[in-house]
Structure formats: structure tokens, C-alpha cells
Design a protein around this ligand. Structure first.
Ligand code: FES
Length: 346
């Protein structure tokens, strides 16, 4: 862990919270009795950091101390203890690189070299003002190491190549979605599931993610509520879906013959090919990629309603046809299709 130095000069002499932050401050203060309001020091420092370009200047800390009627030194102690608080100006994108043992064993030192080569020294903002970095202790995502946090988001399962690409993109103004950068769902093993693959035991459903921060002020704008919740879930989902689609497509390419129909396996009902542009976008179903859409279309499946109407036998037939070993159930194609069909009606 690098030594963090407080920049007493860079912050000037004054700091003011943005007017739109006042509501959030009141929200946090309301959580504690008047004579215990110093308990809100961490959220208020966090808000101050947000309003101060991503770091805490000395006047910003004094303002927090004043608001909470606590000695400045106590605020300073908190701010210097937690690496979530930055004590020097940072770039538009501040990289916190985990250098603790699990991440180190998975290549954190290589990522560190990339930071040094592409950004410069730790704690220094690069020439364009877009990037800065520091090494921090475990960020609690060890199973997805090597990993970094960039601003509010985690970028996981990184290699030198993927990390270098992320840094280049951010430097060049290209947005990079956070999440994991290998084919795995969250912290599950890479590739397809190897346990709980019996749909009778587990339907494969995955929670959609947190829809809002717990304890967050309800008046927070959507964008502020999203980082740990919907947005993260959405971008993670998008990344996972992309990887899963690729794997699914590869499996589909490899299949050929139509399975035999039995009592437990039934070929789904088919419809005639619709006019061009009239079929539903089946790619909206998580786990369905373009190759799979082609395959479904060639079987006579074009609409959400068709998939929504499948029962166990149809699902088993499709599963066998696509060699998916229960994937249709795990990815919840049918409930997804039911939802999409409902949306289509409204
Ligand atoms: S060791 Fe890197 S996140 Fe825990």
C-alpha cells in the first residue's frame, strides 16, 4: 500500500457543497439524533468528495467538520484512514488497483506496470487530466482478481491486455463498461455451469441485482442511485450476456440433428416465416445470440409468445437440440419471453 499524502495547497481556501447535494446531506443527518450527528461523517465526506472533483481538499473537510460540529482533526482522521477518500487531486478516471495477495497472484503486478507506463507515477494526474491511479488493499472482490476500481465501479478478471485496453479507451474518451472481463457469471467458474445443472433442483434464475442503494435518499437522482444497483447490474448483465451469447452460439454451431420426440420431449409449435422485419427480436432474451436466433427461426420460432408458451417437454427438446444441458431453464428463457410478450402488448 502506498503512502497517501494530503495536498494542502491544491484545494484553495474555500469549499461549498453543490446546492443539489443539500437534500442528500439532510437525508443523512436525519438518520441520527442531533447530538450524534457526527455519525454522518463518512457519508458527508463522500458527498464532499463528489462535489470536489473526486478528492477531499482541506476546506472540504473543514466544511464537513463544521456541519457536524465536530473537531476538524476527527474528520481528518477518518478521511486519512479510508482509501475511499482521496487526499490529492485525481484524474477524471481514478484507478484503484488492488495489490493484495490474491490479486497479486493473479497478475496485479502486471497491471501496476501498465499503470506506471500508461498513466505515470501513483497519485499523479496524467497530462491530459483524465487518469490517475493508486495501489490499495483488498477491495473485497478477490475471487475476481486481478481487479481494479475505477471511480465507483469494479473491473474484474483483468489481464494485462484487457486492462491496457481499458486504460487506452478511457484516455481516448471511449466509455468502458465495468464488470468481469472473462466468460463467467459473477464469481461462478469460467465457462458453463458444472454444478446445479439439474433444472429440477435449480431453475437457474439469477437475481436481477439491487434496484436501488439500501438506505439511499429517495430524492437522489436516478444516476446517483445506479452505481451499486441497477446500472451495475445492467452493465454486468450486458457483459455476461455477451459472453454467454458467444458460448451459446458456439454450442449451437456444433449441433446438427433434430432430437426424437418422446413423452418428455416435444418439438415446439412452429409458425410460418413472417414478413421481413416482423419477427420479434429474440436477442432480447438473455442468452440468445444471433446464431441462436437463426437456429430458432429455422425451426419456425420467431415470436416471444411462442417461447412463452413452451412447457417442460418443449424446453427439454430445445435443450437437447442445442446441447445446452439445462441452459434454457437456467437462463429462464420462458419467463423472459413471457415478460417480453407482455411488454409487447402494452
Ligand atoms: S485481494 Fe484483490 S480484491 Fe481482494
Amino acid at each position: 500500500m502506498a503512502v497517501r499524502r494530503f495536498d494542502l495547497e491544491a484545494g484553495g481556501d474555500t469549499f461549498e457543497f453543490a446546492s443539489e447535494t443539500e437534500g442528500k446531506i439532510s437525508f443523512w443527518l436525519a438518520k441520527y439524533p442531533e447530538d450524534r450527528k457526527r455519525s454522518a461523517v463518512i457519508p458527508l465526506l463522500w458527498l464532499a468528495q463528489k462535489d470536489n472533483g473526486g478528492w477531499l481538499s482541506e476546506p472540504a473537510m473543514r466544511e464537513v467538520a463544521e456541519r457536524l460540529e465536530m473537531p476538524y482533526i476527527r474528520v481528518y482522521e477518518v478521511a486519512t484512514f479510508y482509501t475511499m477518500f482521496r487526499l490529492q487531486p485525481v484524474g477524471k478516471f481514478h484507478v484503484q488497483l488492488c495489490g493484495t495477495t490474491p490479486c497479486m497472484l493473479r497478475g496485479a503486478n502486471d497491471l501496476k506496470e501498465i499503470c506506471q507506463n500508461k498513466i505515470g507515477k501513483a497519485f499523479q494526474v496524467n497530462e491530459s487530466g483524465r487518469l490517475s491511479w493508486e495501489e490499495v488493499e483488498c477491495l473485497g472482490a478477490c475471487v475476481n482478481g486481478a481487479m481494479v476500481q475505477i471511480n465507483d465501479y469494479y473491473y474484474e478478471d483483468l489481464t494485462s491486455d484487457t486492462f491496457a485496453e481499458i486504460i487506452d479507451k478511457l484516455e481516448n474518451g471511449v466509455e468502458v463498461e465495468p464488470g468481469n472481463f472473462v466468460t463467467r457469471q459473477r464469481s461462478a467458474p469460467e465457462g458453463d455451469a458444472i454444478t446445479l445443472i439439474d433444472s429440477a433442483l435449480f431453475d437457474g434464475s439469477v437475481p436481477a441485482g439491487i434496484s436501488a442503494l439500501p438506505n439511499a435518499p429517495s430524492e437522489l437522482p436516478e444516476s446517483d442511485l445506479q452505481p451499486l444497483g441497477a446500472k451495475t447490474a445492467k452493465v454486468k448483465k450486458a457483459k455476461t450476456v455477451k459472453a454467454e451469447k458467444k458460448a451459446a452460439d458456439a454450442a449451437v454451431e456444433a449441433t446438427a440433428e433434430l432430437p426424437e420426440e418422446t413423452d418428455d420431449k416435444k418439438r415446439p409449435e412452429v409458425v410460418a416465416a413472417p414478413a421481413k422485419g416482423e419477427a420479434d427480436d429474440l436477442e432480447a432474451i438473455k442468452g440468445v445470440g444471433p446464431v441462436l436466433v437463426k437456429k430458432l427461426n429455422s425451426l419456425g420460432v420467431f415470436y416471444f409468445e411462442q417461447i412463452a408458451a413452451w412447457g417442460e417437454p418443449e424446453m427439454a427438446w430445445i435443450d437437447e437440440y442445442l446441447s445446452f444441458k439445462g441452459r434454457v431453464a437456467r437462463e429462464r428463457w420462458i419467463p423472459q419471453a413471457q415478460e417480453l410478450a407482455e411488454k409487447k402488448k402494452s
